[in-house]
Design a protein around this ligand. Structure first.
Ligand SMILES: Nc1ncnc2c1ncn2[C@@H]1O[C@H](COP(=O)(O)OP(=O)(O)OP(=O)(O)O)[C@@H](O)[C@H]1O
Ligand SMILES: [Mg+2]
Length: 303
């Protein structure tokens, strides 16, 4: 039997933009199929840039590196592979905004997810077979917005639009969802609905989810594992339950104030020694998944 491949595998990824600023630094990550992983970090820490590299929208620095999606390289050594489109079929995208084509109906937006599977003439004529329509209605119903199928996308609330984007990922038969701050512009109730839906896709459809978030509490509630970035480096990768306010303060120092609650940022210092090169953290209730985690907790002050 063939071994199960990682959903996402990243080796030695670094990115320097034209202005000479290194935005991602030597990132090594593996995400197993079926995981739901949060990506956290202050504004500018590199979350969106990392997600864009995984999706093959941005090429890494021209030096040895590799990103694989379900065992297939999407970029290597700073070059996006030629088959990028076919690899992207496995990935559903949800962004903070601009997920849908406003002037099209919700249903058509969701059907766009099926386009890569349709024949060229159907794509040209915009005719979708009944089977695809049924699939799209089922997906919209599943995410709780079936009654809005025939409205223009522009008429949906932000949270409903995000759920339509998730329906599109279902119709596309994506295996992985990359969500970049999908709840950043939503009120708490809509945020919760979108996160509930992401969790449903993860649990019931076995989609692998990597979601960037600003709110650590949401990461802890919904994602068993969190990857924390600071200035382009992975400073923590482990069970979300380990992310105590004290640890966050240790990881982010005064930067934590920017993006954590006052209360969290004011927590007492962590007891771990600051001068160690790395600190091992025991997984809490994640024993079965412990092999998935590389406990790489680096001192925050090396940046
Ligand atoms: N195309 C680009 N050219 C130059 N610099 C860029 C480019 N894209 C991103 N950056 C820089 O890379 C850094 C990381 O940006 P990124 O958008 O990945 O951060 P983020 O963690 O997603 O932040 P936020 O929480 O605000 O969304 C920032 O300093 C940003 O200015
Ligand atoms: Mg971002």
């Amino acid at each position: 039997m063939e071994a199960i491949r990682e959903a996402i595998r990243i080796e030695r990824l670094s990115k320097t933009f034209g202005n000479g600023r290194r935005v991602l630094e030597d990132i090594d990550l593996r995400v197993e199929p079926g995981e739901m992983v949060a990506l956290i970090g202050a504004s500018g820490s590199g979350k969106s840039t990392l997600l864009r590299h995984i999706a093959g929208f941005t090429a890494a620095d021209a030096q040895p590196s590799r990103i694989e999606i379900l065992g297939r390289p999407i970029q290597q050594n700073g070059r996006i592979v030629r088959e990028v489109r076919s690899i992207r079929r496995d990935i559903g995208f949800v962004f903070q905004q601009f997920n849908l084509v406003n002037r099209l109906s919700v249903e058509t937006n969701v059907l766009i997810g099926a386009l890569s599977r349709l024949s060229w003439w159907r794509r040209l004529t915009g005719r979708f077979p009944g089977e695809e329509r049924a699939l799209s209605m089922a997906a919209l119903t599943e995410v709780g917005i079936g009654e809005h199928a025939h409205e223009r996308a522009a008429n949906l609330s932000g949270g409903q639009q995000q759920r339509a984007a998730l329906a599109r990922a279902l119709v596309q038969r994506a295996r992985i969802v990359l969500a970049d701050e999908p709840i950043a512009s939503l009120d708490p109730e809509s945020s919760r609905r979108v996160m509930d839906m992401l969790r449903k896709l993860n649990r019931e459809h076995e989609l692998t989810v990597l979601v960037s978030l600003h709110q650590v509490e949401i990461a802890m509630e919904y994602c068993p594992r969190t990857i924390a970035l600071r200035r382009g480096k992975v400073v923590f990768d482990g069970p979300s339950t380990a992310l105590t306010p004290a640890l966050l303060k240790q990881l982010y120092g005064d930067d934590a104030r920017e993006w954590l609650d006052e209360n969290e940022a004011d927590a007492p210092d962590a007891t771990q020694p600051d001068d160690d090169k790395s600190v091992a953290i025991q997984p809490g209730n994640a024993s079965s998944a412990s092999s998935l985690y590389a406990f790489a907790l680096k001192p925050a002050h090396t940046n």
